[in-house]
Design a protein around this ligand. Structure first.
Ligand code: SF4
Length: 298
């Protein structure tokens, strides 16, 4: 008996599902208005999700990616789940561009906590990758003039700060957040913490490592430019050295099923369901004539 074991939480998270649904609805409304195909009507500010195959599908529906607000002159702009900076929003408003906001509600929450903390006089600690668009958007909501700390060294060296408020990029690990909390407690008399980490990431990582531990070979599906997919591949590889990170099933080497009776499968938050299904179909093809069971791990 051969087994394909798929992590239940593989693929789109709530925020990405919602953003894609909003984009699809905007595209179909656009074509109903007769706008589709008649010019630069619908843009997404940065790729809507970190998956080239899914972005291509969206492009076919008339949603084109722009890298900055300077490239937009009118029409509609879809804000992806990572959110948008306050200044980019203002620039689009000034150009009378219609903003379709698909910011994930969990990211909205982190932005709102950062804004509120800064309004109440807290220096704001943002735990995350300072170059990531989500972190940039969170930081942009901090009131001007308020100290912003994004590194442990910055926390240790901060002077003249008495109270700090901590928020985290939604995809950070709990351990990393705790490191910041522990350093902050040693350095400042008052520390407020908002745990803004999203459970989707933690759950997907937990399930994926459990699947990797049970499988003879592990396949992680998702964009090479997707940070959460790369992280998934990393932690699966620690458990199972036979881990392949690929964008689609076609990229798997021919002999990857050699000596295998259980294949583990997981996928990043931005990997569409059809990519997972195509992998299952490819494995079924390679195992033709065998008895195969497909199970969800939960
Ligand atoms: S990972 Fe969490 S915070 Fe990020 S888009 Fe998905 S649901 Fe929202």
């Amino acid at each position: 008996l051969k087994q394909i074991l798929i992590a239940r939480s593989a693929g789109f998270c709530f925020g990405v599902k919602r953003a894609i649904a909003i984009a699809n609805e905007t595209a179909s409304r656009g074509s109903a208005d007769g706008a589709s195909g008649c010019g630069p009507e619908i843009r997404s500010l940065g790729p809507l999700i970190h998956n080239p195959q899914a972005v291509e599908e969206l492009e076919k529906k008339g949603i084109r990616v722009v890298e900055s607000v300077e490239e937009v002159e009118g029409g509609k702009v879809i804000v992806r789940s990572h959110g948008i900076t306050r200044s980019d929003r203002a620039a689009l408003d000034a150009k009378k561009v219609k903003i379709i906001d698909a910011t994930c509600p969990f990211v909205n929450k982190a932005q709102e906590h950062a804004r509120q903390l800064s309004a109440e006089g807290y220096a704001v600690v943002v735990v995350g990758d300072a170059n990531h668009p989500e972190v940039k958007s969170i930081i942009s909501y901090i009131e001007p003039g308020v100290p912003i700390l994004t590194s442990l060294a910055g926390l240790r060296e901060a002077s003249g700060v008495r109270k700090v408020g901590i928020v985290a990029q939604t995809t950070q690990s709990f351990e990393n957040l705790m490191q910041f909390v522990s350093v902050a407690l040693r350095h400042f008399p008052e520390v407020r913490v908002f745990n803004t980490i999203c459970n989707a990431t933690v759950l997907r990582q937990k399930e994926s490592t459990a699947v990797a531990g049970k499988a003879d070979v592990m396949v992680v599906l998702g964009g090479y430019n997707s940070a959460n997919t790369r992280r998934l591949a990393e932690i699966c590889r620690e458990i199972n050295p036979r881990t392949h990170h690929v964008e689609t099933a076609d990229e798997l080497p021919g002999g990857f099923l050699e000596g295998v009776s259980t294949v583990g499968v997981t996928a990043g938050a931005s990997t569409p369901q059809w990519i997972i299904e195509a992998l299952v179909a490819r494995i079924r093809g390679m195992w033709a004539g065998e008895e195969i069971r497909v199970d969800l791990y939960q």
